[in-house]
Design a protein around this ligand. Structure first.
Ligand code: HEM
Length: 472
């Protein structure tokens, strides 16, 4: 959390200046828009000029406390002013659906320009309209159940390799899970035949990641500059992989989907999106698995039920001599509920950002053009009206399907997560081997949450994993 706050504090003056200038431009253009201009703004406070309520948000140790306090005071839609940007926060299922699904064309994705430069301007997250729909088709095809079902043995091999490498050691669970998630992401993007390039690709990606949250100052020696250099090299490595691929048949992986026939993307579009998908896949999945390990460790009855479910499948596999299959993962119902409840309680993506592309009316309120709009996933997932005793970890609540739009760990609408089936698959496969072969102990003294930017157990959850047959 400390590093995150430090980063925001360093960034704040630049962001505030940029937002203040664009707010000035917006004020002069929206005064002529008429029509909806007479509607009231949502309730809430905007804080100090320019700075807004940024200090209140970041002086609370946990940003969710700030959002919850506002929601209790003003209701499910309220205005505020953060990092120089006027914002409307929405925390009811209906309002989130309005922004992300039914009126999604009125709200565009929004990211700082430096992030777009670093990931690649043609990456899927930043797009709308026809190009976005084209990318979605190609990405969804590569991550559909039909495309990924054959990758279970390869994912299993990656999970086993990870677990073996930590045997008996104290590890930082999150860091280790990042390695697992990166290896699975690379497999799903490039297949398993590009090994000669993969090591260098990983090293460059790690350099890019180091500079991702740094000050966007592109001068020699800065982390940002090193990251931009690594980004350039990554583009060149992806180009090598593409030219090798042109000699072969199209694979079932993401690269194959991007390079396929009439729908094929340009080389630059492919590089931006391959790198973008690594980015989307890695820390998200690693954070959720880290929380799952923690919740299982903290809830022995749940761990027992999951272990029994997985041990029954493992026994069958041993008798038949067959490897774990896609069909087996569909039978992991208890484990599936644990994953759902982990994603609800942890809500690693507390919210997402959109920007109103015109003046929008919602329930008699005005959302002015240019304002940021933040659907607050975590507040929705922690609303006691939909999830009684919301702080309690209780996977049995998912024995009944949640009400529509109350549970959105993978977002909603046309930017929702196209990698969700792969993410669930890699979590199920990992959990199968973790619970049947290993025991682990958490340091109880270390409880707490850090944000970096995803919610994580404090210090990445230091943990010792030991093989069950060694310690029995
Ligand atoms: C448990 C792990 C994951 C979680 C919780 C998660 C969550 C999300 C969420 C909430 C969004 C929507 C963001 C928004 O609307 O602004 C999203 C988008 C996305 N995710 Fe995931 N994700 C996960 C894993 C993955 C994986 C494994 C992949 C790919 C292999 C992936 C690829 C993407 C992509 C490409 C987008 C952008 C889609 C678009 O803009 O059209 N994610 N993810």
């Amino acid at each position: 959390m400390g590093a995150f706050i430090l980063f925001l504090c360093l960034l704040a003056p630049f962001v505030i200046l940029a937002c203040a200038l664009s707010a000035k431009k917006r004020r002069s253009s929206s005064s002529s828009s008429g029509g909806k201009g007479s509607l009231p703004l949502p309730p809430g406070t905007m804080g100090w000029p320019y700075v807004g309520e940024t200090t209140q948000l970041y002086s609370s140790k946990n940003p969710n406390v700030f959002f919850a306090r506002k929601r209790n005071k003003y209701g499910p839609i309220f205005k505020t002013h953060i990092l120089g940007c006027p914002c409307v926060m929405v925390s009811s299922p209906e309002a989130a659906k309005f922004v992300l699904v039914t009126q999604a064309h009125l709200f565009k994705p929004t990211f700082p320009a430096s992030k777009e430069r670093m990931l690649g301007r043609q990456a899927i997250f930043f797009q709308q309209g026809d190009y976005h729909a084209h990318l979605r088709r190609l990405v969804s095809r590569a991550f559909s159940p039909d495309s990924i079902r054959g990758s279970v043995p390869a994912i299993e091999a990656i999970a086993l390799r990870s677990l073996r490498s930590w045997d008996g050691l104290q590890v930082n669970t999150f860091q280790e899970m990042k390695t697992y998630a990166l290896n699975v992401a690379l497999l799903s993007i490039f297949g398993d035949e590009e090994m000669q390039y993969i090591e260098e690709l990983k090293q460059c990606y790690l350099r890019l990641e180091k500079g991702y949250n740094s000050m966007p100052v592109n001068l020699p020696g800065t982390l940002f500059h090193k990251a931009m250099k690594a980004r350039k090299r990554l583009g060149a490595i992806v180009a090598h992989i593409m030219s090798a691929r042109r000699e072969q048949e199209r694979g079932n992986d993401l690269l194959g989907s991007f390079m396929d026939g009439k729908e094929a993307l340009t080389d630059e579009q492919i590089a931006d999106n391959a790198i973008g998908v690594i980015f989307a896949a890695r820390d998200t999945t690693a954070s959720v698995i880290t929380w799952m390990v923690k919740f299982l460790g903290d809830n022995p009855a749940v761990l027992k039920a999951v272990t029994e479910e997985q041990a029954a499948i493992a026994r069958e596999k041993e008798l038949s001599g067959e490897p774990l299959s896609w069909a087996d993962t569909r039978r992991m119902r208890m484990t599936g509920r644990v994953i759902q409840e982990t994603m609800r309680v942890a809500s690693i993506l507390s919210f997402t950002f959109r920007e109103a592309v015109e003046d929008v009316e919602y329930q008699g309120y005005l959302i002015p053009k240019g304002w940021k709009v933040l659907p607050l996933f975590r507040n929705i997932h922690h609303n006691p009206d939909h999830f009684p005793s919301p702080e309690k970890f209780d996977p049995s609540r998912f024995e009944v399907a949640p009400k529509p739009n109350t549970f959105m760990p993978f977002g909603n609408g046309n930017h929702s997560c196209p990698g969700n089936e792969l993410a669930k698959l890699e979590m199920l496969v990992f959990c199968h081997h973790l619970t049947t072969k290993y025991r682990w102990s958490t340091s109880k003294s270390e409880s707490g949450v850090q944000f970096g930017p995803f919610a994580l157990p404090i210090n990445g959850l230091p943990m010792t994993f030991t093989r069950k047959d060694d310690s029995a």
